[in-house]
Design a protein around this ligand. Structure first.
Ligand SMILES: CSCC[C@H](NC=O)C(=O)N[C@@H](Cc1ccccc1)C(=O)O
Length: 609
């Protein structure tokens, strides 16, 4: 047996095994701190569930069979809750309330109205949300009374502002204005005087993102990368117009929030593709120690109104998210879910490792490596995985597809190529206006790492990715046709000119920023055509499989239809699976199983055989 390969006695599992594992997203604590609300796909599509903190009993509370239900939050003083749902993945999300008797009401029923929940008011009488019903391109801010469900527009957005937060006294709204993905500003809207002020006048590219207001509404916390590679936390005082540093790490601080009585500050840090949290006691300025937990990352942390209970999701590359509750006083820890399919032995799953390799110009590229399960003496095929973007990041969370492929004998190297977030602003902007070119080189160089593993067959390396990553797959096959043996394109862009001209209306505030990163489809047409695989499809000579959701509002089905037609015309082996009831990503278990089964069959035929 080769020294690095995994033991050969590992059990092989089917795709049904992997996808019969439950996926939990979101969590919210009830007003009486007796229950936690969450979304789970146990019913084969996301629905809302509740778990009792007293006896761990779980209860499904929504029963959708066609559209995913995303649980948002319990009400502040009763057991009603809010959830979001769209139609077949079209991303036109509506806010629904579910009453205690199980009846659900659409609170934002406009046919093309996209709504987003922002926050509860401090007085617990209303909530704030965004809606583009007045103008499809801009999200206005509304306040809805939670007894009458009457809503009032409190900020009319005519210039592409992004909501940040609302002050506890309801006087101020903080807003972000994005110039490009390296440069953004904070504005403060004063509801009392109907006045908008710019807080962050600056020169050059600096990001300023508003976070929460202080308890007495006299200052605003914000994240910035001013004079630093990473985002850190500052506080802006309205009386002096001065800001002071509050927390700084060697990595990006990504989110912050305060407990209900402001005794704790909670912030998350993106540490080398893994999220970590700090809870700071604001009286003692000490960090709260969390109990000993299985290895993994904590996400979606919540603090109860009493400030005694925290709930969170914990996952790792080899363990799907589970819900936990922890009582700060008694230090009691409760595991509230058990999501891994009991037929899978967790010891047989692959533990992903963060590795680094040099790219063509010496730049160090971080990537997440999943070792294949191979028999002694066998040489495994491998896949370079390319995440979405521009500016996305892969993390060491649980990806059933990767575990499935690794279990079936494929090595996977999930690359955080230049342009990915999480590694500082220089790395983030290093592929601007060179997208699909310089970052593609990083993905090609990933093959060197794979070839150095003596149990990998360096001649059998394919490329797989979704969305922007799907574009990179097509770009690799079109522009570097001899580098990869096959491509797996999951709803990838093939024609940037068309995609950038037809971005969803609610991305208006990001339009310029996207154009500055990728190219302007009205003025840089020639450049965009030069990087778009559709216009170079005649160079593709390697087998390709394409998965596409028919309702995808970001990467339209035509993007996949046309690249598939071009390959067929050239007699290049191409398989195409369209999902009539999916959008940008698969929400239905059946579709995931069918889509990824098709991917494995394709890889077994064209890469492994
Ligand atoms: C509002 S930022 C738009 C990019 C967004 N990024 C992160 O997820 C996104 O959805 N990107 C797509 C690819 C895409 C980029 C630009 C226009 C349409 C699609 C993705 O990679 O998921």
């Amino acid at each position: 047996m080769t020294k690095d390969a995994k033991d050969t006695s590992v059990k092989k599992y089917s795709i049904d095994h992997f996808f019969n594992t439950e996926s939990i997203i979101s969590n919210s604590i009830s007003f009486d701190e007796k229950k936690v609300l969450y979304s789970s796909d146990k019913s084969r599509i996301y629905n809302a569930y509740m778990v009792s903190l007293e006896d761990n009993s779980q209860q499904q509370v929504t029963y959708s069979t066609d559209n995913a239900v995303y649980a948002v939050s319990f009400f502040p003083k009763d057991n009603r809750f809010l959830f979001l749902s769209d139609k077949g993945g079209n991303e036109i999300l509506h806010i629904y309330v579910q009453n205690e008797n199980g009846e659900a009401i659409d609170l934002t029923p406009g046919e093309n109205e996209r709504a987003v929940f922002f926050d509860w008011s401090k007085d617990e009488k209303s909530f704030f949300y965004g809606s583009n019903k007045r103008n499809p391109s801009f999200i206005d801010v509304y306040e809805m009374n939670i007894e009458t469900y009457e809503s009032t527009c409190i900020f009319t957005n005519n210039a592409g502002y992004e909501f940040g937060s609302i002050s506890p006294d309801k006087r101020f709204i903080s807003l972000a204005k994005v110039s490009n993905l390296n440069d953004s500003d904070i504005y403060l809207y004063d509801l009392e005087f109907d006045r908008l002020s710019h807080l962050t006048a600056h020169e050059g590219d600096v990001n300023y993102f508003p976070q929460n207001f202080s308890e007495d509404s006299d200052s605003l916390y914000f994240l910035t990368d001013e004079n630093y590679e990473f985002k850190y936390l500052k506080k802006y005082h309205f009386d002096t117009n001065q800001s002071v540093e509050v927390a700084k790490e060697n990595w990006d601080i990504t989110t912050i929030f305060f407990s209900s009585d402001y005794h704790y500050l909670v912030y998350s840090i993106n540490i080398d593709a893994k999220t970590e949290f700090k809870i700071i006691n604001l009286t003692t300025h000490q960090q709260i120690e969390l109990p000993s937990l299985p290895e993994g990352q904590i996400v979606n942390i919540q603090l109860s109104k009493s400030e005694e209970l925290i709930t969170f999701l914990l996952n790792s590359s080899n363990a799907p998210s589970n819900l936990y509750a922890y009582y700060l006083e008694s230090k009691e820890l409760k595991k509230l879910s058990d999501t891994l399919n009991p037929e899978i032995d967790p010891k047989e799953l692959v533990v992903a490792k963060v590795i680094r390799y040099p790219s063509f110009d010496g730049l160090e590229i971080p990537a997440i490596y999943y070792k294949p399960v191979v028999n002694a003496g066998e040489k495994a095929p491998a896949l370079v995985f390319v995440h979405g973007g521009p500016g996305g990041q892969s993390s060491t969370e649980y990806y059933p597809l990767f575990q499935y492929l690794a279990n079936q004998g494929y090595a996977i190297l999930d690359v955080n190529y230049r342009g990915s977030s999480g590694y500082g602003k220089s790395f983030f902007s290093a592929a601007d206006l060179k997208q699909g070119e310089i970052d593609l080189e990083d993905c090609i160089q990933a093959k060197n790492f794979l070839r150095e593993q003596d149990y990998i067959n360096g001649e059998r390396i394919g490329i797989i990715g979704d969305s922007y990553g799907g574009f990179m797959v097509l770009a690799a096959l079109a522009f570097r046709p001899e580098e990869f043996k096959v491509g797996v394109d999951i709803f990838g862009v093939s024609n940037w000119e068309r995609t950038l001209k037809s971005i969803p209306s609610w991305w208006e505030s990001y339009r310029d920023a996207l154009y500055k990163k990728l190219g302007n489809p009205f003025t840089q047409t020639e450049y965009l055509r030069s990087i778009s695989p559709l216009f170079h499809a005649e160079k593709i000579n390697k087998p390709l499989i394409v998965l596409q959701g028919a309702n995808d509002p970001r990467v339209l089905q035509v993007e996949s239809d046309e690249i598939v037609a071009a390959l067929k015309k050239n007699n290049v082996p191409v398989e195409y699976v369209v999902f009539p009831d999916e959008g940008h990503g698969f929400m239905k278990m059946e579709n995931k199983i069918n889509g990824y089964k098709a991917v494995l069959e394709f890889l077994d035929e064209h890469l492994k055989a």
